[in-house]
Design a protein around this ligand. Structure first.
Ligand code: FAD
Length: 455
């Protein structure tokens, strides 16, 4: 008899798991009956593309869907749309649904992702979001934002609350759509960057015409006729027409409360490297914590790149394979391109504070350079921050802020970190050079050499 696998959630983690399971099962000969329960109306979609859709770079919502429900069904997956899990009975091996009969399983995969954080002040007295206010998380949110953008008249003003990568990308989209933009953030812009690189990004936004408000806690809204008319924060405020909530996410695991499964501080599950959480229960993606290689701890870092890999690993494992997910380095990249300004932002490894907390003795140096030889038009300024451990010389972190071609250099640094290399490896490894692509001393190698000299 086929083993019954039930997967909750049909996006990056859930569908990567489902398809990998079938691929591996063909090789191992395992017989699996794969059912996926999805509460929404979309599968395998790119939330990452939503800000570019809002900006006008993507023609249709269909372009953001990698695989529609029919394609999953054709592949032999019993995909049930509009099926919301509201509880799990571990003893009876059964998932309770919001509507319909419970679904029994032999192995359960939780891939329910995360919810956007929506503060209380965003709701009106009727318990619904105030008009013109909303998060950017699902394709439905994206559609709603396109509607709001088209309805907003010239001269409308958008306040983006949150200065992380989604806040930055949405600020770009709103500015490119011709709106006035204010970005309000509780600490600094891109707070996972060190101060001087974060300052560089904030300055770029300001030069592009974005009003940047740092260290401000939003306390509420002024509402007129059911719509947001202003955003208020300690010591200030801004009149506006639209308010984008870009405050991060929390794991969508509330339906597991009382199930007996252990949930972390933010409500995230903690799978082992194969994706296993408990007997017959597995998890992947944004509903999970991930292992941080450099600090040897677990953190909540919801990203699509992790969700895809974690899903694939557990799918392989459940079908008899041996893949493992070996953790993360906190590598991330984004850009801001609007108002005549352009900046790429990338990071990998620990921050200075995290390195100290993990008992390293970190030394950090920032180096300015160029993305190409200075005599070419394509040469753009770049700043590279490199951190290494004094005693072991181990590379601990790299951050990059700069023009075209600056950001993806982070992957070279990530490769050295992954291999537990020394700062000297990054300084002296064989990196490519020709004038349109770098200076003779590639800026990443140069920055690493300066850091090595300071140890
Ligand atoms: C605007 C935006 C930009 C982003 N940009 C990037 C980027 O550039 N790079 C990057 O790496 N990551 C990015 N991300 C993050 C990335 O989209 C997520 O990490 C990824 O989608 C996580 O996949 P997941 O499958 O774990 O969860 P989700 O994509 O959240 O999918 C979970 C699915 O489970 C369903 N579900 C939830 N609860 C239940 C339930 N109880 N029962 C049944 N179904 C349920 C949901 O409807 C959903 O379809 C971005 C996210 C956003 C919102």
């Amino acid at each position: 008899m086929s083993e019954r696998i039930v997967i909750l959630g049909a996006d990056a983690a859930g569908m990567s798991a489902a398809h990998q399971m079938l691929r591996t099962a063909r090789r191992t000969g395992r017989e699996l009956a794969v059912t996926v329960l999805e509460k929404g109306a979309h599968t395998s979609y790119s939330a990452c593309g939503i800000p570019y859709w809002m900006a006008g770079d993507v023609d249709s919502v269909d372009d953001l869907v990698a695989r529609a429900p029919a394609q999953h069904l054709e592949a032999g997956i019993d995909l049930r749309m509009g099926a919301e899990a509201v509880g799990v009975d571990l003893a009876a091996r059964r998932v309770e649904l919001a509507a319909g009969e419970p679904v029994g399983y032999d192995q359960l995969v939780v891939a329910t992702g995360a919810h956007p954080i929506v503060p209380d002040w965003a709701y009106g007295a009727d318990g619904r979001l105030v008009g013109g206010v909303g998060p950017v998380k699902t394709l439905d949110d994206g559609e709603e934002w396109l509607r709001r953008f088209s309805a907003a008249g010239p001269g409308s003003h958008v306040v983006v609350v949150g200065g992380g990568y989604i806040g930055l990308e949405v600020a770009e989209a709103a500015l490119r759509r011709g709106f006035g933009v204010t970005l309000v953030t509780r600490s600094r812009v891109m707070s996972s960057l060190e101060q001087e690189l974060s300052d560089h990004v904030a300055l770029t936004l300001t030069r592009a015409g974005v009003e940047v408000v740092l260290d401000a806690d939003v306390t509420g809204l002024d509402v007129s006729q059911g719509r947001a008319a202003a955003v208020r924060w300690d010591g200030g405020g801004r009149e506006c027409d639209l308010v984008v909530l870009a405050l991060g996410v929390l794991p969508a695991t509330e339906f597991l409360a009382g199930s007996g499964l252990e949930l972390g501080e933010k409500g995230a599950l903690r799978p082992d490297p194969h994706g296993r959480v408990a007997d017959r229960v597995w998890a992947a993606g944004d509903c999970c914590e991930t292992f941080r290689r450099l600090a040897a701890d677990h953190v909540f870092r919801p990203l699509g790149t992790h969700a895809n890999k974690m899903g694939r690993v557990l799918g392989d494992r459940l079908a008899g394979g041996s893949l493992a997910f070996d953790g993360i380095l906190e590598t991330a990249i984004t850009r801001f391109a609007a108002g005549g300004q352009y900046v790429e932002v990338a990071r990998t490894g620990l921050s200075l504070d995290d390195a100290r907390a993990a008992d390293y003795d970190p030394v950090a140096v920032t180096t300015s350079g160029s993305t190409a030889s200075g005599y070419l038009d394509e040469a753009d300024p770049v700043e590279v921050w490199v951190m290494a451990d004094r005693a072991s010389r181990r590379l601990l972190g790299v951050q990059i802020v700069g023009g075209r071609g600056a950001g993806k250099r982070i992957d070279t640094a990530a490769a050295v970190l992954w291999a537990e290399g020394a700062v000297d490896d990054l300084a002296w490894m064989d990196l490519s050079y020709a004038p349109p692509f770098s200076t003779a001393w590639e800026v990443l190698g140069l920055a690493a050499r300066r850091a090595a000299e300071r140890l």
